[in-house]
Design a protein around this ligand. Structure first.
Ligand code: UTP
Length: 304
C-alpha cells in the first residue's frame, strides 16, 4: 500500500490572472494582487506565507495587465543603487525582501477562463507530486498556521485538502460549498462539492477559501471539466470529480483571521487590522483610529 506521505509537498501555485471586477476601476490598470495592504502588496504576504510553510518554489499564473507582478518579484538595480548611495539600509532591505523570499516562476493563462483553468496551467511545473494553491488575493494572518496544518493533513491522509470557513448559510451562495461526513471537528472528510449553490440547496455552510493542497490527479480531472458556474472552468468541479472517483479530499476548518483583499470591505478591514498591529505605524495609527471611532455616529451603520 503506498504511504500517503511518500511525496512531500514542495511547490506552491499562486493564480493571479483574474480580472478583479469587484475592485474596478482600481484594477483596470493595477492588478488587485498588487494593491498595497499597509506598505506591501497583498501578494507579498502570500508568497511569504508559502515560504514560511517550506514551499520555496512558487509558480504564479499571470495574464494580461499583470506585467507589474513580474517586475515586483524581479531585481530593480537602479532603485537599489539609489538607495545604497543614500545609505538607506532599511528601504534597501525592504526592496530585497520581495526577490529573496522564494524562487518565483511565471506562466501565462492567456485567457481568464476560471480558477480551474488557471491551475491547469501549472501542470508542467508541478509534475507528479502534491502541490499547494494559494489564491493571490486571500490573506491569512501569519499567526494562524493554516497552510502548515493543511500540509500535515495531506501528509497523513494523502489525496487533496481544502481550507474551509463557516460563512453562515445566508452567505454560502458566493462560495464553493462542501458536504462532509458527520462527526469531524476541525478536520473533515468531504463527500461532495458544489460551486456557488443557491442558499436553500447548499449542502452545508462550510465554504472553500483560498488555500488548497492538491494531489496531481487534479490535473486529469481538470482536463475533463467543462465550463460550469459563470461559464468558468471551476476548480471546485474538478475536486467533485476526485471525490466521485473515490479519491480522498479532506477539509481543514479555519477559525482564524482571513481577508479577501479582492473584496473592497474586506480589503479595508485588512489594512486597518494589519496597520494597527505594526510596531512602527501601529501606535500612531491606533491613537488616531480610537479618536476617529469615538466620533463616529453609531446608529444606522450599514455595510458597503
Ligand atoms: P476570483 O474569484 O477572486 O476572481 O479569483 P477574479 O476574476 O480575480 O475577481 P472578481 O471576482 O472579478 O473581482 C480567485 C483567484 O483566482 C485567480 C484570481 O487572480 C484570484 O487570485 N484567477 C481567477 C485566475 O488566475 N484566473 C481566472 O481565470 C480566474
Amino acid at each position: 500500500m503506498p504511504t500517503p506521505s511518500a511525496r512531500p509537498t514542495r511547490k506552491a501555485v499562486i493564480p493571479v490572472a483574474g480580472m478583479g471586477t469587484r475592485f474596478l476601476p482600481a484594477t483596470k490598470a493595477v492588478p488587485k494582487e498588487l494593491l498595497p495592504v499597509v506598505d506591501r502588496p497583498a501578494l507579498q504576504y502570500i508568497v511569504e506565507e508559502a515560504a514560511r510553510a517550506g514551499l520555496g518554489e512558487v509558480l504564479m499564473v499571470t495574464g494580461r495587465n499583470k506585467a507589474a507582478i513580474e517586475d515586483f518579484f524581479d531585481r530593480h538595480p537602479e532603485l537599489e543603487t539609489a538607495l545604497e548611495k543614500k545609505g538607506d539600509a532599511a528601504r534597501l532591505a525592504a526592496v530585497h525582501e520581495s526577490t529573496e523570499v522564494a524562487q518565483v516562476h511565471f506562466v501565462r493563462q492567456g485567457e481568464a477562463r476560471g480558477l480551474g483553468h488557471a491551475v491547469l496551467q501549472a501542470a508542467a511545473f508541478v509534475g507528479d507530486e502534491p502541490f499547494a494553491v494559494l489564491l493571490g488575493d486571500d490573506i491569512i494572518d501569519a499567526r494562524d498556521h493554516l497552510l502548515e496544518q493543511m500540509l500535515q493533513v495531506q501528509a497523513e491522509h494523502g489525496g487533496s485538502v481544502v481550507a474551509l470557513l463557516d460563512v453562515g448559510r445566508e452567505n454560502i451562495d458566493k462560495y464553493g460549498a462542501v458536504a462532509v461526513e458527520p462527526g469531524g471537528t476541525d478536520v473533515v472528510s468531504i463527500t461532495g462539492l458544489v460551486e456557488k449553490p443557491p442558499v436553500d440547496e447548499a449542502p452545508s455552510s462550510l465554504a472553500i477559501i483560498g488555500r488548497y493542497v492538491l494531489a496531481p490527479e487534479v490535473f486529469d480531472a481538470l482536463r475533463g471539466t467543462s465550463p460550469g458556474r459563470g461559464g468558468e472552468i471551476q476548480l471546485t468541479d474538478a475536486l467533485a470529480t476526485l471525490v466521485e472517483r473515490g479519491e480522498p479530499v479532506h477539509g481543514v476548518v479555519f477559525s482564524g483571521r482571513r481577508y479577501d483583499t479582492g473584496d473592497r470591505l474586506d480589503y479595508l478591514k485588512a489594512v486597518v487590522q494589519l496597520a494597527s498591529e505594526r510596531d512602527d505605524l501601529g501606535p500612531g495609527f491606533r491613537a488616531w483610529l480610537a479618536e476617529f471611532v469615538a466620533d463616529l455616529p453609531t446608529a444606522g451603520a450599514s455595510e458597503a
